[in-house]
Design a protein around this ligand. Structure first.
Ligand code: MIC
Ligand code: SF4
Length: 641
């Protein structure tokens, strides 16, 4: 049978299950990546598994999120991660080296490999032809321990690209176009596999922009074939041996097809406060811009920053438009320097930030009150920038640079001829000496923990029906940022669940944590696509710490649903969406936890006397995990048998 690229990688890594859309499959994982914000928890969980060394071909631990070291917390976490890496055979990338996805693409990603990462933008490596998926930290810890990774077999959508990008349109506009068309939940249960003659016109870093932000569609992942451009990229990166060709067979079948003519695209922007609120840049002309931020795992490659530097040449950004530039990796920074382009950025008046996530995760760079911030990032959720009333727009680096130079959005028709996309230099400086490669034998390495590293909590098994209180009735598209906010102060508490739990839902409902602590058990009620956004398992773990036992929603985002299961919280789906209106905050509710069977409907009993039917899409294994009080208990229990 002819296969598409996704099927080829999946069949080559299938441990169990059948490859029919929707059925549960287990995959062998070749590579993992973790980053510091989710990695401390993943490492604590890995340690709890009692394995003496990682079992993957390659595991890398990156420090890129909480690089600000104000006080002991982040430096303690970084030291902990470094010692765990040395002990267990993980490559360590210290703070300042770069953003995990950019570094992984440049240094470690491989066509045809499976990669799971404790970050939702792990699909960036799909630009190289990896099957790269975001997951919660615990799922990644298990993959590091050699356990297969479980997903439901996705539908494969062929995104057929024709023509080539022209004018000021860029790779970012391809994915913004898809987001506008499909919305933030349009990709749930799907892999977007790019194909067609237009693929050859896109370089690997451009492809990676598209697969990176496929995460915003809610997709399982996105990927491109591995072709001559992939070979060229890997060769320039000094690793030609990592290249293999990987293309769909003639006649391969797909579940769906979308066609895009690249020539038709023009510069686009996602308006506040969702990545799918897409409009043309032309329609925003005249909107004043207070801040421009260029970088993030979406748009911080050499080509991205070199095009910005070219536009800045001999010019100055508007003084009233605070302009921030964060290169994706030290390699990008060195190339900008060696090609003489760094000077353009410095002379333009822009501020050069560290090679890290920075403003994207709210680590500095917050816009002024009510400010308009134009960012090359992938998320513009309300408050994520650190300024509650800021208006964040997501655009390409070219559009961002023009906004910085004009101090406002202008019509691309007035920008003149579009610049050429800069090619990677022939010789690329190596940054291999920046990584710490683990010793062959790490058994003598001592793992160092500071006071910010709090031991894991063990949750009780579910052994009775749950009498609970409805703690919150939230709307549609609740993001993990709503549940467990990003930002310098809060993110530094990622290895301290009791402390971080105080901040659950605080930007929506300041008394949530105290109310939750005052009731024995809690239930969260929500609308569609609950938990979209990041892989942050704290958005499940911290509510569980506060006593949340079930989430009743119209639908769930993939990674968050898996995180709920991992920490023993029941994800329950409303059979009749109208029944959402029956719920009220503080209402008492009985969840017949013992009567719940995989895939079966069951009735919740509300104190109003009403009964509401919910169903679950849990497999028997997932249900057993929840009953055991979460995945760690479940694994420990199965090992002890
Ligand atoms: C994000 O972009 O929200 C993050 C921070 O990278 C998260 C992971 C995290 O919360 O640490 C993600 O996308 O998974
Ligand atoms: Fe970092 Fe932002 Fe990318 Fe998340 S989306 S990995 S915070 S750069």
């Amino acid at each position: 049978m002819p296969q598409n690229v996704t099927q080829k990688i999946i069949s080559g890594h299938l441990v169990s299950g059948i490859m029919s859309a929707g059925s549960e499959i287990e995959l062998r994982i070749d590579q993992t990546l973790t980053q510091d914000a989710t990695g401390t928890m993943a490492c604590l969980q890995f340690e709890a598994l009692g394995v003496d060394r990682v079992k993957t071909d390659l595991s890398v631990s990156y420090v890129d999120h909480n690089t600000l070291q104000m006080g002991f917390r982040n430096p303690d976490d970084h030291r902990y991660l470094k010692t765990v890496a040395e002990k267990y055979g993980i490559v360590f990338s210290p703070a300042g080296t770069g953003i995990c996805h950019q570094l992984h693409l440049e240094n470690f990603g491989k066509p045809g490999a499976t990669l799971v990462g404790s970050d939702s933008h792990t699909p960036t490596a799909g630009g190289l032809g990896s099957l790269a998926m975001g997951a919660g930290g615990l799922s990644v810890a298990l993959a590091m321990a050699g356990e297969p990774y479980t997903i439901s077999m996705p539908q494969v959508v062929r995104v057929y690209l024709e023509g080539e990008l022209t004018g000021w349109a860029s790779a970012k506009d391809v994915i913004l176009h898809l987001l506008g068309m499909l919305t933030v939940k349009g990709g749930v249960g799907k892999v977007f596999e790019f194909a067609g003659p237009g693929v050859a016109s896109l370089s690997v870093p451009e492809r990676a922009v598209i697969t990176n932000m496929g995460a915003e569609l809610g997709a399982t992942t996105s990927l491109f074939p591995s072709d001559e451009n992939t070979r060229e990229f890997l060769t320039r990166m000094g690793r030609p041996q990592d290249w293999t060709e990987l293309v769909a067979d003639e006649g391969a079948e797909y579940d769906e097809e979308i066609r895009i003519t690249l020539n038709d695209l023009e510069p686009l922007a996602a308006k506040p406060h969702m990545p799918d609120q897409v409009v043309t840049v032309a329609s925003l002309a005249g909107t004043k811009v207070n801040q421009v931020a260029i970088g993030s795992c979406t748009n911080s490659s050499y080509a991205d920053l070199a095009s910005v530097a070219n536009l800045f040449a001999g010019k100055h950004v508007k003084f009233e438009t605070d302009t921030l530039v964060s290169p994706g990796s030290k390699q990008v920074l060195k190339m900008l320097a060696s090609e003489g382009l760094l000077e353009n950025i410095i002379d333009s008046g822009a501020r050069l930030l560290e090679c890290s996530c920075g403003p994207c995760i709210g680590m500095g760079g917050s816009p002024v009150s009510e400010g308009v911030s134009v960012r090359t990032f992938n998320r513009n959720f309300e408050g994520r920038s650190g300024t509650k009333d800021a208006q964040v727009y997501l655009v390409s680096p070219l559009t961002a640079a023009m906004a910085a130079l004009h101090g406002e959005f202008t019509d691309p028709a007035s920008w003149g001829d579009a610049p050429q996309i800069p090619e990677l230099p022939q010789t690329i400086p190596s940054i291999r000496n920046q990584f710490i490669f683990p010793p062959e034998d790490g058994s003598k390495v001592e793992v160092l923990r500071g006071p910010n590293i709090v031991p894991l909590e063990q949750f009780a098994a579910v052994d009775a029906d749950i009498d609970a209180n409805v703690l919150i009735v939230a709307g549609d598209n609740i993001t993990t940022d709503h549940i467990m906010p990003a930002g310098a102060v809060i993110t530094a508490l990622r290895s301290n669940v009791p402390a971080i739990s105080e901040h659950v839902f605080e930007r929506m409902d300041a008394s949530f944590a105290s109310r939750a602590k005052n009731t024995a058990n809690g239930v969260i009620v929500a609308g569609e696509n609950y938990g979209q956004g990041s892989s942050r398992e704290h958005a499940a773990l911290a509510p569980r710490h506060l006593g949340v036992r079930a989430v009743v929603a119209k639908s769930f985002a993939r990674i968050h649903r898996a995180n709920l299961v991992n920490f023993g919280i029941l994800p329950l789906i409303l059979v009749d969406k109208e029944a959402y209106a029956e719920f009220m905050q503080e209402q008492k509710i009985t969840v017949p936890a013992l009567a719940i069977a995989a895939g079966e409907p069951v009735e919740l009993i509300l104190s109003s006397g009403k009964r509401v039917t919910v169903i679950n899409d849990l497999t028997q294994k997932e249900l057993d995990i929840i009953r055991a009080g979460g995945l760690l208990n479940y694994v420990r229990f199965s090992k002890s048998r």
